[in-house]
Design a protein around this ligand. Structure first.
Ligand SMILES: Nc1nc2c(c(=O)[nH]1)N[C@H]1C(S)=C(S)[C@@H](COP(=O)(O)OP(=O)(O)OC[C@H]3O[C@@H](n4cnc5c(=O)[nH]c(N)nc54)[C@H](O)[C@@H]3O)O[C@H]1N2
Ligand SMILES: Nc1nc2c(c(=O)[nH]1)N[C@H]1C(S)=C(S)[C@@H](COP(=O)(O)OP(=O)(O)OC[C@H]3O[C@@H](n4cnc5c(=O)[nH]c(N)nc54)[C@H](O)[C@@H]3O)O[C@H]1N2
Ligand SMILES: [Mo]
Length: 784
């Protein structure tokens, strides 16, 4: 069932990001979602003080917004939520779950917003409409019959600070710290790495820093597709001639050129802004070596400068006053010869030296990074290596400088701040006990990978999902799906139907909620909510569109309903009062986290909101040594699982990534405009010489197989080969289709983030089906 699947083609994209292509793409999606009635009006309120926070990425919103403060992909996310299409109970009388499991991700969400609470009926294999009271009662009864440790409370990262705070309290009052969240698959490497290195789990850069910086580094982040609003401050920086140095295996369009779609002059004229002044196509997983090369070069420059009686290159005063472990770090870096660094990074010594030279000349440097760093076996070490680089010249804790992890979901950073974590040591248990009269369970809970292991071994029996598409987002799809069906209880709070909902287990519930763009009325009073963005900025918002259906409940109301029905005995948590007045929840947040959230009710409405205090930004490093920590990786191998065997030249490193037409597992369409792919996602990008060397031709159909743990067959395909500008030995294909290739245990060692950017794979010839052939890229598209 393909609702809208244009003809496939591959045509390299030579225009800038943004521009008319972006404007056209916005109109297409509004039309496709039949959202022309509601979306344009809503877009005027997007990211504005009188409106709602974009439901797409977590990038900071300026305090003084532009007339239109949204990007192409933010507009798509809005249209997706404000669609006039509805997945009503009648839809489920027409389709069994067995049938729906054969549908694509795109088709499942394409029927629009869920409208009624639904209960799974195993006899007919269908969801049936139910009412909220029954749903709460039944779920409460089921939860009371289970042991708290058998239940998992997942959060995807969109829910507001208010809903997230209530959710973690619900889980803990029920008796468990099993609070996995999407960060466990995303920036957990950041939370672990930065905490250890600089004493905060989040980045130190704010929007204001873009105005002061004089050099920007980009590692493994695709700004043009995944945080396009950042292109505006970047463009401003480029106008000041600030160099931008990018490390990425792919030449991502948004990192090359940008036309501001909101500037008539740029839209009508020939100009576009060059974003990256240096572009280094590092090998997948080669960043540790690449940064090591830069460090090596800086150390050499420093020695030379001192010998020549010139000012030192490193900031020795900063290093002495504020850091720990420098000498050891230097001795560990010096052991690697250039030859090793070149081989591992896939870059020439000259490239690393060129990047180091610009770094050395700049006084205020910021490093921006994303999933290309965190989703590796050495994800934590990658993050810490970026900190090492910054520390060498005191680039932490001064205006215009710092570390900038670009978070994913729009409130994923905030949900952590208000207690969504499996680690009870990270929540103020004493305050919670004093206020709410229960003890936070002492036992550490399950994060995402642990949850999957628990589902596989049967120790996890129930799953509550506050948004997200867990089963589709996690690794090892083909092992996880059958195990998931064994769950005793599966409750999903969601806005649209997705694949996770199609494996309901013994008792399954699908609870439809309001989206953030919608007006949330409780007792007739419009409620406001708050979020924290990627720069630690906390702000207030409110929905502006009428709800998609009368039966929808807010996430706050659903959590309150579930908690009241589940928790037995006297409870000091005022669920009902909170549901009726969200300001009371904020008061409680302020009591539990006074340092961050004092006077929240007023401060969150100030233009641009308020920033959470971050010691590292003031050079107060709350680390073990009390100083910022240098740390060298134990070794440079990207992947301990794969003993590097030069004889096995058939193994490629695969990264799974996002197209320009998706939000995580939500597939808006089949185009990846910036990469030149149209009408299909069934492709694998390979270097032309690898294609030839392995005995294939562009356009051939192949299956990908995971090259580790051969006793377990993990394969995906058929995919069509696209010859692409990607380093030799590397491959790229789309997430979530390729998740069956990621072994669950193949994760970052210290953060357990699945290593979705470095999966060793082999290629095998495969026979496409008639449907595949219908959506095949024509052979002519790849000639020469
Ligand atoms: N429109 C849209 N916006 C989104 C999302 C979305 O799906 N769609 N998702 C949201 C979420 S949850 C997140 S986490 C972010 C994700 O945003 P990103 O962090 O940009 O994540 P990916 O798209 O996975 O792409 C990672 C980039 O890393 C590069 N890369 C891969 N491996 C390596 C490597 O070894 N080294 C280096 N240097 N680079 C590498 C890839 O080529 C790619 O450009 O975006 C958020 N925003
Ligand atoms: N192979 C591979 N795997 C990956 C990644 C990768 O790069 N490669 N990236 C990882 C990353 S960075 C992340 S963050 C995860 C994402 O994992 P998740 O956060 O679990 O997945 P999403 O696709 O964002 O979830 C989409 C669903 O959320 C629901 N939803 C949308 N809006 C709302 C709302 O307002 N409220 C509620 N309650 N529900 C809502 C809708 O039903 C929609 O179908 O995937 C990870 N998995
Ligand atoms: Mo993410």
């Amino acid at each position: 069932m393909q609702l809208l699947h244009p003809k496939a083609r591959f045509k390299p994209y030579h225009s800038a990001s943004g521009g008319w292509g972006s404007a056209h793409s916005v109109m297409t999606i509004l039309w496709r979602e039949q959202a022309l009635a509601r979306a344009p009006k809503a877009l005027l309120h997007q990211n504005k003080p009188d409106g709602f926070a974009c439901v797409s990425c977590a990038w900071a919103k300026p305090g003084h917004p532009h007339a239109l403060e949204f990007c192409e992909n933010g507009a798509k996310a809005t249209a997706w939520e404000l669609t006039s299409l509805r997945t009503e109970p009648a839809f489920f009388t027409r389709h069994t779950l067995a049938e729906l499991r054969t549908w694509s991700d795109y088709d499942l969400e394409q029927h629009g917003r869920l409208t009624h609470p639904l209960r799974y009926d195993p006899l007919t294999d269908r969801y049936q409409a139910t009412d909220w009271g029954d749903a709460y009662r039944e779920i409460g009864r089921e939860l009371r019959a289970l042991q708290p440790d058998e239940v998992v409370f997942y959060a995807s990262g969109r829910a507001s600070l208010e809903a997230s705070f209530m959710y973690q309290l619900f889980a803990r009052a029920y008796g468990t710290n099993n609070l996995p969240d999407s960060s466990n698959m995303c920036h957990e490497s950041t939370s672990v790495g930065l905490q250890e290195s600089i004493g905060v789990p989040v980045g130190t850069v704010t929007l204001a820093d873009f105005e002061h910086t004089d050099c920007i580094f980009f590692f493994g982040q695709n700004v043009g597709s995944n945080s396009p609003r950042m292109l505006h401050p970047l463009q401003e920086a480029r106008k000041r001639r600030v160099p931008v140095i990018t490390f990425n295996p792919l030449r991502e369009r948004g990192l090359e050129r940008f036309v501001n779609p909101q500037s008539p002059r740029e839209m009508l004229g020939p100009s576009s802004t060059v974003i990256s002044t240096q572009y280094h196509q590092v090998a997948i997983g080669g960043d540790l070596a690449a940064v090591m090369g830069m460090v090596k070069s800086l150390l050499a420059m420093d020695r030379q400068a001192i010998a020549d009686g010139q000012p030192a290159v490193l900031d020795h005063a900063f290093i002495a006053a504020h850091t720990h472990g420098f000498e050891r770090f230097v001795s560990e870096v010096e052991v690697y010869p250039w030859e090793t660094l070149e081989r591992r990074s896939g870059l020439g010594r000259g490239a690393m030296e060129a990047a180091a030279t610009v770094y050395a000349r700049s006084d205020k440097v910021m490093v921006i990074y994303g999933m290309g760093m965190t989703q590796h076996r050495h994800g934590v070490e990658n993050v810490q290596m970026l900190v090492n680089l910054l520390l060498l010249r005191g680039n932490i804790g001064k205006p215009g400088a710092g570390i900038c992890p670009v978070r994913g979901h729009s409130n994923v950073q905030g949900q952590r701040t208000v207690g969504i974590t499996e680690d009870p040591a990270k929540v103020p248990g004493d305050k919670i006990e004093a206020l709410f009269g229960f003890k936070v369970p002492a036992k550490k809970g399950l994060a995402t990978v642990d949850t999957c292991e628990g589902i596989l071994d049967g120790s996890v029996k129930a799953f509550i999902g506050l948004g997200g598409n867990f089963l589709r987002a996690v690794p090892d799809t083909h092992r996880m799906e059958p195990a998931w069906s064994g769950l005793a209880l599966n409750v999903q709070v969601a806005t649209k139907l997705n694949r996770t909902h199609l494996f309901p287990g013994r008792a399954g519930w699908l609870l439809p909620c309001l989206g953030r763009i919608e007006i949330d009325r409780q007792d007739g009073r419009e409620q406001t909510y708050s979020t924290e963005d990627s720069t630690g900025c906390i702000r207030a918002w409110k929905g502006t569109s009428e709800p998609a259906a009368e039966q929808l409940r807010s996430e706050v109301a659903i959590i309150a309903g579930l908690a009241e029905a589940t928790l037995e005995g006297p409870c000091q948590i005022p669920w009902d009062a909170w549901r009726h007045d969200y300001a009371l929840i904020r008061t409680a947040i302020g009591q539990v986290y006074p340092d961050i959230f004092h006077d929240m009710e007023t401060r969150m409405w100030e233009p641009g909101g308020f920033h959470r205090p971050l010691g590292a930004a003031q050079r107060e490093f709350k680390t073990e040594s009390g100083k910022a920590q240098f740390s060298a990786p134990r070794k440079l191998d990207e992947d301990d699982d794969v003993a590097l065997n030069p004889a096995r030249r058939d193994v490629l490193q695969l990264m799974t990534l996002r197209s320009n037409d998706q939000f995580n597992t939500t597939v808006y369409g089949y185009d990846d405009r910036f990469r030149g792919v149209h009408g299909t996602r069934s492709v694998v990008f390979l270097n032309r010489s690898d294609v030839v060397r392995l005995g294939f031709a562009p356009g051939d159909w192949v299956e990908l197989r995971t090259a580790i743990e051969p006793q377990v067959r993990r394969q995906v395909g058929p995919l069509q080969i696209i010859a692409y500008d990607i380093p030799e030995g590397c491959a790229a294909a789309y997430y979530p289709e390729c998740n069956p290739l990621v072994p669950l245990w193949h994760h970052a060692e210290r953060s357990k983030v699945p290593a979705a950017k470095s999966i060793p794979v082999t290629l095998h010839r495969s026979i496409p089906s008639a449907l595949d052939l219908e959506h095949a890229v024509p052979a002519d598209d790849q000639l020469g």
